[in-house]
Design a protein around this ligand. Structure first.
Ligand code: SF4
Length: 341
């Protein structure tokens, strides 16, 4: 289901984020633009170091030192988060925007019970009594499928399994009714069965609560299961933006095609089964002048090395950054057909 006619909740324009290290400036996010609509689940996909997590930490203003937003705007409900003070951001974080991290233990304090931590978060953001906060916490734990929530509130994080801890973190993230949830690989550390359960849970909660979600992942299977639209990131840039169907059935970027071809396909013959993208991502300390994918792309031309490709609009919902989409570009056999599925 597409929500493209809905109102925009987030507009990111010209976002540039760098890390100022002793070796020099690492340009982790280089001019990123994207929108998120109300009630939409947007997937952000890419390999490690593509800039997907740094983009979302920049949106949340949760960048680790020595990271800094250099340029750009992050309009959340029309207000620029980049211009907000730390104090103003603390009110927004956890209240209107919540983040769910890969490792639930990083969001939980091992020395406090789940109940203590949940009620503290709720009381920090809502004007409610301790009793009301406990009732909200119990309701949220029930919602995410934790059995006997009254009893479980008395447990410490180590008394929960990995899957239960992630459910508790999701319950905590939802407890202040955020309008936007940013989930950074929340299922990567879990085994496949639990991963499937958490994804199902997020899908169910999203359709019931109508929150907007940005889901960061390196796994295209997760994108297919959960998202309505996707942005594909590489070398700190958006390489392709599309609906999930456009991405899986009509990818228009060689990097996306490479990602699709590296997804394990149980139906393929032994020989065809996996085709990882050879080579490694660009060094963002000295990012390439041209296309960030040029040292790994089998279609790369001289122009790709010399000039950064622009974003070409393929349809109202589909854009891709590749010189091959220029009307005068040479026709390359297999360019469009190569996307599998
Ligand atoms: Fe490959 Fe060139 Fe397209 Fe980049 S611009 S993806 S290097 S063909």
């Amino acid at each position: 289901m597409s929500n493209l006619k809905n109102e925009k909740i987030l507009e990111v324009r010209g976002l540039k984020t760098s890390f100022y290290t002793h070796l020099g400036e690492v340009q982790s996010v280089r001019d990123v633009d994207f929108d998120l609509y109300k009630g939409e689940v947007l997937g952000v996909v890419g390999e490690s170091g593509s800039g997907k997590s740094v983009t979302c930490s920049s949106v949340m203003r949760l960048l680790q030192h020595p990271g800094k937003i250099k340029e750009g705007t992050v309009l959340f409900k029309g207000e620029d988060l980049v211009q907000k003070s730390e104090k103003e951001m603390r009110k927004i974080q956890g209240n209107e925007i919540s983040m769910i991290f890969q490792d639930p233990m990083s969001a939980l304090n091992p020395v406090y019970t789940i109940g203590n931590q949940m009620t503290e978060v709720i009381r920090n953001h809502k004007k409610v009594s301790q009793k009301e906060a406990e009732e909200i916490a119990i309701r949220m734990l029930t919602l995410v499928g934790i059995p006997s929530p009254e009893e479980r509130m008395k447990n410490y994080p180590h008394e929960f399994s990995g899957g239960m801890r992630q459910r508790a973190v999701i319950a905590m993230a939802l407890s202040c009714d955020p309008e936007l949830i940013i989930a950074d690989e929340p299922t990567t550390a879990l085994d496949v069965t639990i991963q499937a359960q958490i994804l199902e849970l997020m899908k169910d909660l999203q359709s019931r609560l109508g929150s907007s979600i940005i889901f960061i992942t390196h796994d295209l299977g997760v994108i297919a299961q959960l998202c309505t639209r996707v942005i594909v990131m590489y070398g700190g840039m958006v390489m392709e933006e599309a609906t999930v169907d456009e991405l899986f059935y009509d990818a228009k970027n060689p990097y996306t095609m490479g990602l699709l071809n590296s997804v394990p396909n149980p139906k393929a013959s032994e020989k065809e089964r996996l085709e990882p993208i050879p080579g490694s991502p660009p060094d963002l300390l000295n990012p390439p002048k041209g296309c960030p994918f040029c040292n790994r792309c089998k279609y790369a031309m001289r122009k790709c090395v010399e000039e950064l490709p622009k974003m070409y609009e393929i349809s109202g919902t589909h854009k891709s950054r590749c010189h091959l989409l220029h009307p005068d570009a040479p026709k390359v056999e297999g360019f469009v057909k190569e996307a599998r599925m």
